[in-house]
Design a protein around this ligand. Structure first.
Ligand code: G
Ligand code: G
Ligand code: MN
Ligand code: NA
Length: 253
């Protein structure tokens, strides 16, 4: 397949880039973290969204090498911002199912050591489906990652199939409310009810909660009114290239 062989060469040709989307503490309106989001600039096809190539990278196994590049680049960038005296933000990195292999913790430990980033500034985002596969194996892996000092977040929460028992037993620090519940939250009472339940559940389980896809002030008000302190979305900023993200971090929102 044409795209697959191009994907294979994309790493050596340095065609990948990371964009960074701010995660905001809404009370203080300060940036508390960034989510790293992968972009592929294909020389002929232009910008290709991860929705298009991540599944292919997973099928072919290339996601392992690409994922390591993402972790390395995101950690190095965060450390550079810290060293430049900017506010000490955390960095959230998306992990795909295929990256959950027995040596993931060692590979992340090596990247943290090499980049010098303190583990507590790295947050790993995973979907519910990751938790439900190979439960005991993954439990050991997730424990190794949190023992090391990294934080774990559940991405797109509410769209998958995780059981409440796993939420309780896995060492998870954060739930991210999927943006499908945020989109119509001002007009759809069901979405509002679901968002509230997720916020309450996070509080009960002593987890942090982040609302994704916040685009309008009215959405912010509803979510904040129910106790959601952290948000991410176009209302604050789109994902930005590193230099623009750095400017925003320096000058504030
Ligand atoms: O902003 P956006 O179009 O970047 O993201 C589309 C999808 O791609 C989201 O589901 C997001 O989680 C996923 N994604 C973005 N960056 C990465 C990455 O570095 N690794 C993996 N596995 N998924 C990513
Ligand atoms: O699955 P995950 O949550 O990692 O995906 C993040 C995706 O959400 C990225 O594609 C990012 O560009 C997109 N995104 C971030 N903020 C907003 C927003 O406010 N509105 C919409 N529609 N998409 C957003
Ligand atoms: Mn994510
Ligand atoms: Na998400």
């Amino acid at each position: 397949m044409i795209l697959e062989s191009a994907l294979r060469r994309a790493l050596e040709r340095q065609e990948f880039k990371l964009y960074y989307q701010p995660q905001v503490d809404v009370l203080s309106r300060s940036i508390v973290g960034f989510e790293a989001l992968l972009r592929w600039y294909h020389p002929d096809l232009g910008l290709i969204s991860p929705d298009k190539f991540v599944p292919l990278a997973e099928e072919s196994g290339l996601i392992i090498a690409i994922g390591e590049w993402v972790l390395q680049t995101a950690c190095r960038q965060t450390k550079a911002w810290h060293d430049a005296g900017l506010p000490p933000v955390r960095m959230a990195v998306n992990l795909s199912t295929r990256q959950f292999r027995p040596n993931l913790d060692q590979s992340i430990a090596a990247i943290l050591l090499e980049t010098g980033l303190e583990p507590c500034f790295l947050e790993l985002e995973m979907t519910e489906s990751i938790l439900m596969r190979n439960v005991s194996e993954n439990m050991a892996l997730l424990r190794a990652l949190t023992d090391m000092g990294c934080h774990l977040a559940i991405d797109d929460f509410g769209t998958g199939y995780s059981s409440l028992a796993y939420l309780k037993n896995f060492p998870l620090g954060r739930l991210k409310i999927d943006r499908s519940f945020v989109r119509d939250i001002t007009s759809n009472p069901d979405d509002l009810a679901i968002a509230k339940i997720i916020i309450d559940m996070a509080r009960t389980l002593r987890m942090q909660v982040t609302a994704e896809g916040v685009e309008a002030y009215e959405q912010l008000e509803l979510l904040a009114g129910h106790g959601c302190a952290e948000m991410q979305g176009f209302l604050f900023s789109r994902p930005l290239p590193a230099d623009k993200a750095q400017q925003l971090l320096r000058n504030g929102l």
